[in-house]
Design a protein around this ligand. Structure first.
Ligand SMILES: O=P(O)(O)O[C@H]1O[C@H](CO)[C@@H](O)[C@H]1O
Ligand SMILES: O=c1cc[nH]c(=O)[nH]1
Length: 310
């Protein structure tokens, strides 16, 4: 297969400098220091059973997405694009000991699945962030590559998220902690979003835009669908809500971006080093799910390659 990057990697060599710095991924939990062992239960990894710095210390790029098959395909594709030795078809699932998530390491890139919805990605992110912290990783970029419902945009477009918003179009994530509601910011890195947008311009026929991504707790009623098992609103109400969302800057809807932005931002995968990328097929009645997902990852692959060659 012809490399996507054959003609386009050079311009990004200069841009890789924007990733320079020395920022370790950090945890914000005083209890961890006093623990004898940290078991990353859902990843089937641990500080006593695995040499995490040796296994993961060189990671610079983490790509996450809901489906295990997609993240395996992404890892295999990266393997080819990065020109790594060995058979990319036989890459090993590092989390094979659990069927919760899958994880593949391809050079400096980690590809991980997170399942559907905020609780599922949140569990994965807790353990991933601890993993990157124990492995002493620094300058890590994390990108979510997922499907989404586009709002008023061309079918098949890629939306690069600038800000994740909740169902009220607010740039925040409400985390219930014990019986308190803690509000966390969901700002994402604007430079990385611009960089991904610029990468996409290098690729012909690749509709990409920057916009707000709305994160909901539900795929059906939460996203204004009329075809769930329950529906408590009219077609007109649905359109009125989606129009308000569009006017607030929302260009696509999915189910993980707010907690992704909040957690990564708090733990040092932020500022110049985090963003989320989601795909926006048109919404109705059902989006064409087998999207050209790997097509949509081209800008990410270009940035990864620039970092890899650093
Ligand atoms: O394409 P993925 O990453 O699975 O994400 C989107 O698809 C799922 C709904 O079908 C939700 O998890 C939504 O966020
Ligand atoms: O959450 C999602 C994911 C894909 N497509 C949608 O319409 N919504």
């Amino acid at each position: 297969m012809t490399s996507l990057l054959a003609d386009s990697s050079k311009p990004f060599m200069a841009e890789r400098k924007s990733y320079a710095g020395n920022r370790f991924v950090h945890v914000k939990n005083p209890h961890l220091d006093s623990m004898d062992e940290d078991i990353l239960y859902h990843l089937d990894l641990g500080t006593k059973t695995h040499n995490l710095p040796a296994m993961f210390g060189d990671i610079k790029f983490v790509c996450v997405g809901g489906s295990p098959n997609r993240m395996k395909a992404f890892a295999q594709f990266m393997h080819k694009e990065l020109g790594l030795k060995g058979d990319g078809e036989n890459i090993k699932d590092i989390c094979a000991g659990t069927d919760r998530y899958c994880m593949y390491k391809v050079g400096l890139v980690l590809s991980i699945s997170h399942g559907m919805g905020i609780p599922s990605i949140s569990i994965m992110l807790h353990e991933l962030i601890k993993l990157l912290h124990h492995a002493k990783c620094c300058d890590v970029t994390i990108i979510r590559i997922g499907t989404s419902g586009g709002l008023g945009i061309e079918p098949g477009s890629v939306v690069v998220t600038d800000t994740a918003v909740d169902s009220f179009f607010k740039p925040q994530f409400e985390q219930v902690i014990l019986d308190n509601v803690v509000v966390r910011s969901t700002e994402l890195d604007k430079d990385l979003a611009e960089e991904l947008l610029n990468c996409s311009k290098e690729i012909p026929d690749f509709p990409t835009l920057i916009g707000h991504t709305m994160c909901t707790y539900d795929f059906y009623e939460g996203q204004g669908r009329l075809d769930g098992a329950l529906c408590s609103f009219s077609h007109e109400k649905k359109l009125e809500y989606l129009k308000r969302a569009y006017n607030a800057g929302v260009r696509n809807i999915e189910m993980e971006s707010t907690v992704f932005a909040a957690m990564c931002g708090l733990c040092g995968l932020k500022g110049k080093i985090s963003s989320s990328l989601v795909f926006g097929p048109f919404r109705s009645p059902h989006p064409p799910f087998p999207l050209p997902l790997l097509e949509g990852t081209k800008p990410i692959i270009m940035v990864c390659l620039a970092i890899y060659l650093q």
